[in-house]
Design a protein around this ligand. Structure first.
Ligand code: SF4
Length: 494
């Protein structure tokens, strides 16, 4: 298995690369999104509405070959990655060419074929740690409401049991629970943590719902405000601190606490807080072959189809220079977990804190097995603070104004209206939470756009086509936004 320590030896080189552009390095953390298709209808995500001209397996083969053995960590994301018909083969190609230390796959746990596919991946990638994280956004019916699929919670429980049985036979498989903390569930976090704690899963991790270009969630009120997030994540931190871990799990859990505290600061300060290495040490390859530094900005650095499927031609090309300048100049900030963990590994004060924390308590040494596989030593409810008042709060500020601006500034191609409205039509047809579409004038819109009725929800077939025919601007900065049926969730609150 590719060692964690070997990966860490590359950290100083990435710091140099980011600082002076040398030595040129391929990313160690790569996310692959082979398809946006998804059978969930989450209130926190709109990617399931997208359709792309997806890379074929032959194309992925060439792309992954061009990465060589650089990546240590692959996340195969989606859409729902285990719905992608060639997920097993894709993981096998990543393994064949890159021999990653970790292959991480999130799943919504809906399909009955998941255990069989996971088993095939684990068996055919024996030297990689395969981590499968099942999404859990609420306990019982609340989960179904947030995920938009009736019966999802029941399926989650079945899949969790099946995967934990598999884990007993597959030493390289770890099974986790992953919660997205959003405006819809931050108050429920104690209940979720208590459930996860008693589930027997190897790990419980959380992320915060955030606006991402990839997920089409820019402008949606899904991010809890900083105080609410802080309230929720402090309970998760209490949980992590209340358990005892050995070996490598002690490091990952210590980093997890660093991440949760980092997110609190990013929300408060609206800044990167620590330097971001997206575009240097982490990268994202989207379904259509686009290479991005991350899925939040989703800057088109180039398409692999136009570059002979050679990742290096994009990563070491000229298009990336301006994006790297912008990231280094802190023109963006976000809470993306995947990038943030990589950033924390490159942040010396964080590493020093993690090391000091490890040194403060006795090191176990010996075989580095995740203690989280054992029954939990400390039950969460004893260490978790009591929930705060359940008084309703506002939907939260827009903590990511820069991204909203970015969305308006994106260059629209000729088929913008056709593609965007088709996505929303699909959302309505698929019985998602999408109610319709709003045509939102941009900050520098023309006279005609300023007359658009404010906040009116159209059916996609009736929506005005953007850019408006009478648009007088050289570049239209108006955009479509989904109108969501959030009322359903609040009804479920009872
Ligand atoms: S701070 Fe966030 S948005 Fe900016 S490059 Fe890093 S991961 Fe992407």
């Amino acid at each position: 298995m590719k060692s964690t320590y070997r990966m860490l030896t590359r950290v100083p080189l990435f710091k140099l690369y980011r600082l002076i552009g040398w030595p040129r390095m391929l990313p160690l953390n790569v996310t692959l999104s082979p398809s946006p298709k998804c059978n969930s209808r989450c209130l926190t995500c709109n990617i399931w509405m997208k359709r792309e001209n997806e890379l074929t397996l032959d194309e992925w083969d060439k792309v992954l070959a061009s990465l060589g053995d650089a990546p240590y960590w692959f996340t195969i994301s989606g859409g729902e990655p285990l719905m992608y018909p060639n997920i097993v083969e894709l993981a096998q190609l990543a393994y064949k060419h890159c021999r990653p230390g970790v292959i991480n796959i999130p799943t919504n746990a809906i399909l009955s074929s998941i255990p069989e596919r996971v088993e095939r991946i684990a068996r055919s990638c024996p030297e990689s740690q395969l981590i499968v994280n099942l999404s859990l956004d609420g306990v019982g019916p609340k989960h179904d409401v947030i995920r938009g699929i009736q019966g999802n919670f029941e399926k989650f429980e079945t899949r969790l049991r099946q995967l934990m049985e598999l884990r007993e036979r597959l030493p390289n498989l770890a099974v986790g629970i992953h919660t997205v903390i959003s405006s819809f569930n931050w108050k429920d976090i104690s209940e979720i943590v208590r459930y996860a704690d008693q589930s027997g899963a190897d790990q419980f991790i959380t992320e915060i719902a955030e606006p991402r270009v990839e997920l089409d969630t820019v402008g949606l009120p899904i991010t809890p405000n900083p105080a609410d997030y802080s309230d929720a994540v402090d309970r998760v931190i209490a949980y992590v601190k209340g358990r005892s871990f050995k070996g490598i799990a002690r490091i990952t859990e210590a980093l997890r606490i660093e991440y949760y505290n980092l997110v609190k600061r990013i929300l408060e300060e609206k800044d990167q807080v620590i330097p971001c290495y997206a575009g240097w040490a982490s990268a994202h390859i989207y379904a259509d072959g686009s290479v991005w530094p991350c899925c939040v900005r989703a800057d088109a650095l180039g398409n692999l189809r136009a570059h002979g499927y050679d990742f290096k031609r994009i990563w070491f090309g000229s298009e990336i220079t301006e994006v790297r300048r912008s990231i280094a100049a802190r023109e963006c900030h976000c809470t993306l977990a995947n990038a943030s963990y990589t950033n924390l590994l490159h942040h010396i004060p964080t590493l020093a804190r993690v090391s000091a924390g490890l040194g403060a308590s006795r090191l176990s040494g010996g075989e580095e097995k995740d203690k989280a596989r054992q029954p939990p030593a400390v039950a969460l409810p004893r260490s978790a603070p009591e929930p705060r008042s359940e008084e309703p709060r506002g939907q939260g500020e827009r903590a990511f104004e820069w991204l909203d601006g970015f969305h308006h500034k994106m260059r629209k191609d000729d088929r913008y209206a056709e593609k965007a409205l088709a996505r929303y039509a699909l959302g309505i047809k698929g019985k998602g939470a999408v109610e319709g579409v709003v045509a939102e004038p941009g900050p520098d819109c023309c006279e005609a756009a300023s007359r658009l009725p404010h906040g009116r929800v159209y059916s996609p077939a009736d929506a005005p086509r953007l850019p408006l025919p009478e648009c007088s601007r050289e570049r239209c900065d108006c955009v479509y936004r989904p109108a969501m049926r959030y009322a359903d969730v609040h009804r479920a609150d009872g």
